[in-house]
Design a protein around this ligand. Structure first.
Ligand SMILES: [Zn+2]
Ligand SMILES: [Zn+2]
Ligand SMILES: [Zn+2]
Length: 144
């Protein structure tokens, strides 16, 4: 029998380190406007000459209702699969997803955002890699 350990909220639980936007996986960011991940804030689709980024419509900035975390599914790239210019279905290309605090790493996908066994977004956290922590009234700990 494997013990299920309750994960504390630690950004170090997330593998992959810093994303290309310099954001750390699992990091909670506050605010409403963020540089667009798909185009790295340039407003132009990567690997294109002058195709307007469909995510930010060329603004280079996207608006989200904070707090937000880096999208675990695409690792903040905004595209999935990588290097395809296909917008990530979880964050819709923004590379960030709104969350409701307090959060904890999704135990189902271990914070990867991907369903174990396949590459679809995790059904528990919907690809965010984090879930809203349920406040336990008694703080009871399950003992297998
Ligand atoms: Zn963009
Ligand atoms: Zn994403
Ligand atoms: Zn999950």
């Amino acid at each position: 029998m494997k013990e299920i350990t309750v994960m504390e909220w630690k950004t170090s639980d997330f593998k992959g380190g810093r994303t290309r936007m310099g954001r750390k996986a699992g990091e909670i960011l506050e605010g409403d406007n963020f540089p667009c991940s798909l185009c790295s804030g340039k407003g132009i689709l990567p690997r294109s000459k002058d195709t307007k980024c469909p995510v930010c419509r060329g603004d280079g900035m996207v608006s989200l209702t904070g707090p937000v975390v880096v999208c675990a599914y695409c690792k903040g790239r905004g595209e999935y699969p990588p290097r395809t210019n296909i917008t990530c279905s979880v964050c819709r290309g923004k590379g960030l997803v709104s969350i409701t605090k307090p959060i904890e790493a999704c135990a189902h996908c271990r914070g990867t955002g991907a369903e174990p066994g396949n590459k679809l977004p995790c059904l528990k956290c919907k690809g965010k890699g984090v879930v809203t922590k349920k406040e336990s009234k008694t703080g009871s700990v399950k003992n297998g």
